[in-house]
Design a protein around this ligand. Structure first.
Ligand SMILES: Nc1ncnc2c1ncn2[C@@H]1O[C@H](COP(=O)(O)OP(=O)(O)OP(=O)(O)O)[C@@H](O)[C@H]1O
Length: 213
């Protein structure tokens, strides 16, 4: 399945993933993911979060191959993972870090768009939290920090798990506006996992779980 109108960024070849005893979430699935926003859609429990973790290279696939900016999984796992921005929204691994330190740390080895970060800080109303440690933030504010950090990063593949969860209307508008800008600029693929259909931003493609063929 070719989902790329522009040169593909992520190559997925015969990907397979299943939890033991469960039906596969991906069964021999091949696709090409191009620049812009791709929606990963499925019902609750269909495997959206799991598939994002597989595409991030943090959960080993049961079979198949992923290639991103010349780095392949499983052969070159570290190089592959460096091309991906993915943070599990529920993680507490960064709780001891300051908000800005945390956001910048995930882009230490790639360009970080400080102007976009600032625009997102404003759009998500994060300014009052900038001097805080991550553990002091509510779940919703933490999610906003990770969203802003992801969008200000320049990694070729960005994976966002339910980015609209708990977002107020103003933050939602800011999210769609920024995703549209990222898509317009080209060169980056953003996969948005969502149980809801997305109409706030033009989509490059929609993937519906389970994924086969
Ligand atoms: N570590 C695990 N081991 C075994 N099964 C798991 C594991 N994690 C998740 N599952 C199961 O795999 C299925 C897919 O879960 P996943 O969280 O990926 O779905 P989802 O589409 O993101 O769900 P939601 O929309 O509710 O967030 C569910 O049935 C879940 O119970």
């Amino acid at each position: 399945m070719s989902l790329a109108a522009t040169p593909p960024i992520l190559h997925i070849d015969h990907l397979r993933f299943a939890y033991p005893g469960d039906p596969p979430i991906a069964a021999g699935w091949s696709a090409r993911i191009g620049a812009g926003v791709t929606l990963l859609h499925g019902d609750t429990g269909s495997g959206k979060s799991t598939l994002l973790r597989v595409l991030a290279g943090v959960l080993p696939a049961t079979g198949g191959r992923l290639t991103l900016a010349g780095a392949a999984l499983p052969d070159a796992a570290e190089a592959y993972r460096r091309q991906v921005f993915f943070v599990d929204p529920s993680t507490d691994a960064f709780d001891a870090m300051g908000v800005e330190e945390c956001a910048a740390s995930r882009s230490a080895d790639v360009p970080f768009d400080a102007a976009r970060w600032q625009a997102l800080v404003d759009g998500f109303s994060l300014a009052p939290h900038l001097a805080k440690k991550m553990f002091m933030l509510s779940t919703g504010s933490k999610r906003k920090v990770w969203l802003a950090a992801a969008l200000a990063s320049s990694r070729p593949l960005t994976l966002l798990d339910e980015p609209t969860a708990g977002l107020d209307a103003g933050s939602m508008r800011c999210l769609w506006r920024t995703l549209a800008e990222v898509a317009q600029e080209g060169g980056r693929a953003v996969i948005v996992a969502s149980g809801e259909r997305v109409d706030g931003v033009p989509l490059t493609a929609t993937l519906t779980l389970p994924l086969t063929g």
